[in-house]
Design a protein around this ligand. Structure first.
Ligand code: UT7
Length: 331
């Protein structure tokens, strides 16, 4: 019997309609379109404006898009992994609500939180269950309502993040397509440089934490940038070396969209032409857990069966890594 690999067999996505442009942000904080564009590559981002909707709304929409495109019976889904840094509620898995809402009534589900690497780690988890022969249809959803944890008076973070969601279905493959190799890492040193200080067990919410704006994301951008550049490039080149891939062999880089300069540096280390680097950061900014599946969905038509794709991400924690996957279908 041939080896079972875990292939992506369908993707879907959703972004809210409301567009927050650089010029709009420049009316709220001391910044400008030129600075944001040249330092990050971002022109605009999407924001979920409805006060009564959480991240589950985005995830449900992305999953429904996948289900409709693929004509999938949701009762066949065995497992839903909901990758997010912004769950609807601190306790009560958002995954369970999403799975029930999309009709995945035979699935079990849980949330996976690894900041901007949540989706990448989720791919690894999904693939492991499939390769083990345990489950046949695993849905990984990456979704974040970043606007719920962003301080729109802080110009060092509010220009970067946006809201969005994407989804990918993993299924067994016996022709060698799907996930080939992974190199995943984490380092707790990162906790000091990118975090939300309050609201967890270490510093529960209080009037003081609210007054001190400690429920918003804070980052030391320069330090995070340095770690992101070296670690994302390292992980991607390691995965290439381990699989004897040269820049010519790689068809696409699907990298976390945090900053265009970080993505360019990674592509450069890998020896890739710009044309092979999938990029949509200008439209959405950094959507945290949604960046990778949003890229797959936006560029789905260009991906061809057998294409070699290198995924890469870096995020809070720190968490980072790279995955090598062979694309399994033509759309
Ligand atoms: O996805 C999770 C991982 N996160 C990341 O990967 C983010 C990594 N970091 C970054 O992308 C970048 O560090 C930022 C985009 C956050 C900042 O870019 P930078 O080139 O590292 O800028 P900087 O922090 O070194 O600041 C340069 C200057 C400073 O002014 P002075 O001290 O040189 O006078 C800042 O005060 O730019 C100033 N500045 C701004 N100016 C206009 C900082 N933010 C802004 C702004 N508009 N929004």
């Amino acid at each position: 019997m041939s080896k079972i690999t875990a292939a992506i067999t369908a993707v879907g996505a959703y972004v809210p309609d409301y567009v927050l442009t650089n010029d709009m942000l420049a009316t709220k904080v001391d910044t400008n379109d030129e600075w944001i564009t040249s330092r990050t590559g971002i022109k605009e981002r999407r924001i979920l404006k409805d006060a009564d909707k959480g991240t589950s709304f985005l995830g449900i929409k992305a999953a429904e898009d996948l289900i409709a495109k693929r004509n999938l019976d949701p009762t066949e889904i065995d497992m839903v992994i909901f990758a997010t840094a912004t769950p609807d509620l601190p306790v009560a898995a958002t995954a369970a609500y999403v799975a029930s809402s999309i009709g995945a009534v035979n699935a079990f589900s849980y949330d996976l939180q690894a900041a901007c690497s949540s989706f990448l780690y989720g791919m690894s988890t999904a693939a492991s269950y499939i390769e083990a022969g345990r489950y046949k249809k695993v849905l990984v959803i990456g979704a974040d309502k970043m606007s719920s944890i962003i301080d729109y008076t802080d110009r060092t973070t509010c220009i970067i993040f946006g809201d969005g969601a994407g989804a990918a279905l993993f299924e067994p493959n016996e022709e060698g397509f799907g996930l080939q190799d992974e190199y995943l890492r984490s380092d707790g040193i990162g906790r000091d440089f990118l975090r939300i200080e309050a609201g967890g067990s270490l510093l529960p919410p209080s009037e003081e934490t609210v007054a001190n704006r400690q429920h918003f994301v804070k980052q030391d951008g320069k330090t995070v940038f340095k770690y992101a550049v070296s670690n994302m490039a390292d992980a991607s080149s390691k995965i290439m070396e381990r699989n004897n891939l040269t820049g010519d062999d790689v068809n696409w880089l699907v990298a976390h969209q945090a900053n265009k300069r970080i993505i360019d540096a990674t592509a450069n280390r890998m020896g890739l032409d710009d044309a092979k680097v999938l990029m949509n950061i200008s439209k959405y900014g950094n959507t945290t857990s949604a960046t990778l599946p949003l890229l797959l969905n936006d560029f789905e038509k260009q991906l061809k069966k057998g294409d070699n794709i290198v995924f890469a991400s870096f995020g809070g924690g720190f968490t980072w890594g790279s995955i090598y996957l062979k694309w399994a279908y033509n759309s």
